[in-house]
Ligand binder design. Sequence first.
Ligand code: TYD
Length: 209
Amino acid sequence: MTKSISNGKFITLEGVDGCGKSTQADKLVEKLFETDISAVTVREPGGDHISESIRKLLLHAEESMSDRAEALLMIASRAQLTDKVILPHIINGKWVVADRYADSTLAYQGGGRGLSVNALEEINNFGTYTLKPDITFFIDIPVEKANERMSVSRDRIEREGANFQQRVRDQYLAMNTKEPERVILINGEQSIDKVFEDIWSIMKEKFSL
Ligand code: TYD
């Protein structure tokens, strides 16, 4: 059975480092395929050649990077990915599942680094042609739990520590309060399968699958 979907959809997964969103992104694409929906995953920062070069700079730069340079590079990487990968797929009717998107910049550079969330929202809008996700799953987990799950080799941002990650989580929680229809909070402390069950039941309802 093939569902006739003329326009693609845009689904994003968000949360602190170690929350398990990458596993859920993979599961979601697999499940969409089983449902006869053509879907692709993208990851941020990164996703195409130029964005991956920016990712290397962002996550592995040796010298100290200014907070604003970090924010602008995150958004530059997103601009490239949105223009060259995400939008063409959506226009072609594909469903795009993004492992992080614009909300990550609000959470990390806004909440974490303390930059103006309003300013970041405007620059995000410019960088993304104002493309907004149809739905965002915020996989919420206490910072200590996420920390236990994180790999030993940490990138520049993962090394920021628990207070930073707590500010990131608080900013995500604020986004869920501000936009509860779009930013859906999922309890990330549950098993992988239960987290996915929650995500899929919301997907079914939202998109009549
Ligand atoms: P991610 O790819 O999720 O980490 P991993 O490689 O461990 O799966 O994200 C890399 C880091 O970049 C992560 O610590 C979050 C951070 N980040 C920001 O600070 N701002 C952003 O806008 C984005 C997209 C990511």
